[in-house]
Design a protein around this ligand. Structure first.
Ligand SMILES: Nc1ccn([C@@H]2O[C@H](COP(=O)(O)OP(=O)(O)OP(=O)(O)O)[C@@H](O)[C@H]2O)c(=O)n1
Ligand SMILES: C[C@](O)(CO)[C@H](O)COP(=O)(O)O
Length: 376
């Protein structure tokens, strides 16, 4: 008995706004769609994600995974139909249809729908309307409307697969959701308890609400890192992975990328997992001259292993020269690529020490960094 889940993610999220459609925007360190997919992993056999044709690059960039990925259509109905067709070869007996825009769906809500499907051809979560309802064409209240027997519909909406496929293929007019399609085709649909937290991200403010809900269970870790490398002979330095021509080089066992080392130690620090020296001992010849991205990649992978994603990194270089400003953009991009986060979550800045101390005397470069890690 195979259960398939179709996650419709082909909308443009116009009401939510932002640089990217809402399903690609970050919600406490993870893209909305990634959270939605993860919510179904344990309770379904097949996950099919329905994407806008323009979104395959961003899907690949985030490295999200599903059993099937298919293009959607201009309306939600069309997208659902594409998903239903795409899972046909898996021969599911039940199918759940879920909005990508509802990333906070709980295991309990999913289970209530699945349990009801044992007895009914259709089942969906909903919440009774509790506020008073009014009708108005403008600002003046024209009539009170009874809230009796009214529900706010949510997803996942679950169905007998063969029946909802037929209902969707026969449908000639638009529908608000799949329950409407099912009902109009004569299928009975059982209401199960919805969940206030299973909100649909629709407007920009819904991101804050969703983040707040996630925040109730959030584990936030802060780490700091500090590193110093002395100048020696050479014609360049490597800072945040960027090679910068300079009259002298930084000395060290590895490539002496002092700022990447500080960031790496900040990540280890947030995890309570020691420092670079512990994971990559300087006494070990295999790390001689090593490119420092190896260390940072290790720290980021360790964070993922512990269930944390990197929320942001702030790194300061202390030096008179080289001047960092002209390279900041490239440095942020390089660090972002290594850490798998967007560059607006990374800050690289610099200060002189007013000619004071070892950095002021241009004997070396120091760097401090802070990293925030989040587990939800
Ligand atoms: N052609 C469409 C339209 C919507 N959806 C999906 O249906 C869900 C619910 O739709 P809605 O919240 O209305 O999303 P958008 O259509 O993206 O939002 P907007 O109307 O603000 O543009 C979303 O996960 C959305 O990606 C879809 O797959 N294909
Ligand atoms: C399916 C749905 O989520 C049920 O609440 C909703 O109808 C889809 O989104 P829209 O905002 O109504 O377009």
């Amino acid at each position: 008995m195979t259960t398939a889940t179709i996650i419709v993610a082909a909308g443009r999220g116009k009401r939510a706004g932002g640089d990217l459609p809402k399903q690609w925007q970050m919600l406490t360190g993870k893209p909305v769609l990634g959270r939605t997919i993860d919510a179904f992993r344990e309770q379904t056999d097949v996950i099919c994600v329905v994407l806008h044709p323009d979104d395959h690059d961003i899907w690949n960039t985030f490295g999200l995974e599903a059993d099937a990925v298919v293009n959607g259509g201009a309306t939600r109905d069309e997208s659902v139909r594409a998903g239903l067709m795409a899972v046909k070869d898996h021969e599911p007996s039940k199918v759940l249809v879920h909005d990508a825009a509802r990333p906070l769906v709980s295991k309990q809500t999913i289970q209530r729908v699945l349990d009801a499907l044992e007895e009914h051809p259709g089942a969906a979560p909903a919440l009774p309307v509790t506020d008073a309802l009014w009708r108005s064409e403008g600002k003046a209240v024209e009539a009170a409307v009874s809230r009796d027997h009214l529900y706010r519909a949510q997803t996942p909406q679950g169905f007998n697969y063969a029946q909802i496929l037929e209902a969707h293929l026969d449908r000639k007019t638009p529908a608000t959701d799949d329950v409407e399609v099912a009902r109009d085709a004569g299928m009975s649909v059982q209401i199960v308890d919805g969940d206030e937290n299973n909100l649909k991200i629709t407007m920009a403010a819904d991101f804050d609400r969703a983040a707040q809900i996630l925040g109730e269970n959030m584990d936030i870790r802060l780490g700091n890192g500090y590193d110093v490398h002395r100048f020696g002979d050479g014609d360049h330095v490597v800072l945040c992975g960027v090679k910068i021509p300079h009259g002298r080089g930084l000395q060290g066992h590895s490539d002496a990328d002092v700022s990447m080392h500080a960031v790496t130690d900040a990540v280890y620090g947030a995890l309570g997992q020691g420092d670079i020296g512990q994971h990559f001992p300087p006494s070990d010849p295999q790390w001689k001259g090593a490119a420092s991205h190896i260390f940072l990649e290790h720290a980021v992978a360790l964070a993922a292993e512990h269930g944390f994603s990197i929320s942001n990194v702030d790194c300061t270089l202390v030096c008179e020269y080289p001047k960092i400003g002209p390279h900041q953009f490239k440095m942020k991009a390089k660090m972002a690529a290594i850490m798998g986060i967007s560059s607006d979550r990374i800050s690289v800045k610099a200060t002189t020490s007013e000619r004071l101390g070892f950095t002021g005397r241009e004997e070396g470069i120091a760097s401090i960094a802070t990293a925030t890690l989040v587990k939800t």
